[in-house]
Design a protein around this ligand. Structure first.
Ligand SMILES: Cc1cc2nc3c(=O)[nH]c(=O)nc-3n(C[C@H](O)[C@H](O)[C@H](O)COP(=O)(O)OP(=O)(O)OC[C@H]3O[C@@H](n4cnc5c(N)ncnc54)[C@H](O)[C@@H]3O)c2cc1C
Length: 292
């Protein structure tokens, strides 16, 4: 049994906002794979819940006229990985979310919950950083759009107020068109485990050998997911080579700040930062049409 208070089921975003506003202690719940763990552990014991589970206006993936891909935050990982728009334009995001938990968690857990829980280990977050994702947030006073880099404030802390609801994850055409990518999750087990380190590289390749654009992002390499502009600058505009891959791996170390935890030491994570960025660059280059 879960020790919850009232459970309110919202039938629209507007109603969910009103329920959160009029119940100041209430917590938003979508798939519940994070929230219900906290209820069971006692951290949220007795809490009132406002559910947006499977609200149609928050679920699914669409494309706007200008090519912006709009991901509904209540879209489950299973849905996302199979979605035709994701498969065609953002296959590396589908690949990343297929590494979350196991099938049961992926059937219920959502990309919005993954971002809003503020965890640096969230498997979708580093790829969304590399994609320069923007987050549309609604509340009783209106709507705002926040770059994902500004949304993460610290470990488990995001820029959401009591009646704020993430209503869309937006990916602009210029941030995905022509890009290939690859996400590597290093964990102790192959499934049902949180990332010890997550690393994604996205790149655009010209004439099969020049890295026209390169993006590198990590989870668990700092208190929040991060981009590594110094490494991106080393590779951008360069002809792909093994020498460049080595330089890229070294440059990746310059802007990370991993910690020691029971999962791994800081030193081991630093080794992963260098090695995984090299492996992810090689695979992303190939996925983007590069040839050695
Ligand atoms: C067994 C198990 C294994 C797991 N393995 C992984 C893993 O490998 N990788 C990984 O990244 N995660 C993992 N998780 C964590 C979890 O499944 C994910 O973080 C998931 O994405 C959470 O989504 P949810 O819809 O269940 O979130 P919920 O639990 O419903 O909500 C999570 C948080 O986000 C807020 N929230 C949800 N939706 C919105 C919204 N639209 N607007 C504003 N706030 C919102 C909630 O208030 C809450 O604070 C695992 C969890 C379990 C139980």
């Amino acid at each position: 049994m879960f020790d919850t208070g009232n459970i309110f089921e919202a039938h629209s975003v507007k109603e969910a906002i009103e329920l959160l506003r009029s119940n100041p202690g209430a917590k938003l719940i979508c798939g519940g794979t994070d929230v219900l763990i906290q209820v069971r552990e006692g951290r949220l014991a007795g809490v009132d819940l406002v559910s947006i589970h499977q609200l149609p206006e928050l679920t699914g993936v669409t494309m706007e006229a200008d090519g912006t891909i709009v991901i509904g935050p209540a879209t489950s990982f299973t849905h996302l990985a199979k979605d035709p728009l994701i498969k065609k334009h953002l296959p590396f995001l589908g690949q990343a979310v297929e590494l979350v938990g196991g099938p049961q968690v992926r059937n219920v857990g959502t990309i919005g919950g993954n971002v809003c829980n503020g965890a640096t280990s969230a498997d979708s977050a580093s790829t969304l950083f590399a994609l320069n994702a923007k987050l549309r947030i609604a509340n009783s006073r209106g709507e705002r759009v926040v770059p994902i880099q500004e949304f993460y404030l610290g470990p488990g802390k995001v820029a959401l107020g009591q009646d704020d609801i993430l209503t869309a994850i937006l990916i602009s055409r210029e941030d995905y068109e022509g890009f290939g990518g690859y996400y590597i999750k290093y964990a102790m087990r192959k499934a049902m485990d949180i990332a010890t380190l997550g690393c994604v590289v996205l790149c655009k390749v010209k004439d099969k050998k020049i890295l026209e654009d390169v993006r590198l992002a990590f989870g668990v390499a700092a208190p929040t997911p991060i981009r590594v502009p110094a490494a991106e600058a080393v590779a951008k505009g360069q002809v792909f080579s093994e020498e460049l891959v080595e330089q890229f791996g070294k440059a990746a170390l310059t802007e990370v700040n991993p910690r020691t935890s029971w999962r791994a030491s800081r030193e081991f994570r630093l080794q992963l930062v260098e090695e995984l960025s090299k492996r992810a660059l090689r695979q992303a280059f190939s996925n983007a049409g590069g040839e050695c």
